[in-house]
Ligand binder design. Structure first.
Ligand code: ATP
Length: 297
């Protein structure tokens, strides 16, 4: 299914503009919504999941008016919130079975089939009789996906699901999501660039409630391909480079400081052209946004 978001805006009572005329078209497959903490991702996710009202704008899931026909959307929606809590004293099987009853799966035999199937799909079947309180972060997130998939949803929204997962668990979780994304619309919010780079056919970068960029990751990388320049600097040199170049990122590499700068042509001063990555796209977008407000030269 296709999700079309047009001019969605939300200002909280304290005056914070969380969404500022957000427009996005999200086709079937995995879509990554990338942005730093506070960008407005959760506000957008909760609005799409019919849990929160916006101020203006429209959202359609194919022909369904998401902001108006909430029951209709809920029948098609699976949602994994950012702060998905579990009851620590019940087992994975018991809780999923309970959620299945709430979803309307009242026939025992069919319910068992569905619950067992989901536990297998999320690789939790072997541990289904363990209490959720003993689950690792990765197991808990996979359980979160299992509950989100109850009722065979066509639209699946997952809000920062990989935060706090170790690398192995992240790979496992990525594989699970990518299987689901094969024929469903999956919207994944994250502040981790590699989540999007690894998984998503389409993406958007959101910052301070605004969509800065959207498109296919490779196309967005191609757009900055000859504009990213790198060099090592000393700690003492760094402020000078930040003053005279559009430095988009600085990071330590084997104890030295590697800077990436954005420039239309060779900036000289010892810079060499770098192979652009999605991380460069992300930092160029985010810092470009600051530049628009005069915070960078
Ligand atoms: N209920 C609320 N009342 C007031 N301000 C809020 C509320 N919820 C969120 N905000 C503010 O709105 C902005 C966007 O928050 P949101 O949680 O949507 O961002 P986010 O991108 O999901 O960030 P995070 O990853 O930290 O959750 C932030 O400045 C946040 O402090």
């Amino acid at each position: 299914m296709e999700l079309r978001i047009r001019n969605l805006s939300k200002t909280y009572a304290n005056g914070v503009v969380a969404l500022d005329k957000v427009s996005l078209t999200i086709p079937t497959g995995m879509f990554g919504l990338l942005g730093p903490n506070g960008a407005g991702k959760s506000t957008l996710m909760r609005t799409l999941a019919t849990l929160q009202e916006c101020d203006s704008g429209s959202v359609f899931l194919d022909d369904i008016d998401v902001l108006d026909e909430k029951d209709e959307v809920r029948r098609l929606l699976g949602y994994l919130p950012q702060d998905f809590g579990v009851y620590p004293k019940v087992t994975a099987y018991e809780l999923l079975d309970h959620f299945a009853v709430l979803k309307g799966l009242t026939a025992k035999g069919r319910r068992r089939e569905v619950v067992d199937g989901l536990l297998q799909q999320t690789n939790l079947f072997e541990v289904r009789h363990q209490k959720l309180g003993a689950f690792s972060g990765g197991m808990r997130q996979r359980f979160g996906i299992a509950q989100a998939l109850l009722g065979d949803p066509q639209l699946i929204i997952v809000d920062e699901p990989t935060a706090g997962l170790d690398p192995q668990e992240r790979v496992r979780f990525h594989n699970l999501l990518s299987d689901i994304g094969a024929d469903k619309t999956v919207l994944l919010s994250t502040h981790i660039v590699s989540d999007v780079a690894d998984l998503c056919a389409n993406m958007a970068i959101i910052h301070k409630g605004q969509v800065l960029l959207s498109g296919e990751p490779q196309k967005l990388i191609d757009d900055v391909a000859d504009k990213i320049w790198a060099r090592f600097v000393t700690k003492q040199e760094l402020p000078l480079f930040q003053q005279h170049h559009r430095v988009i990122s600085t990071r330590l590499l084997m104890g030295r400081t590697l800077i990436h700068a954005y420039a239309e042509g060779d900036p000289g001063h010892g810079f060499e052209e770098a192979l652009a990555t999605l991380e460069d796209v992300y930092f160029a977008a985010i810092t470009g946004r600051h530049a628009a407000h005069g915070e960078l030269p």
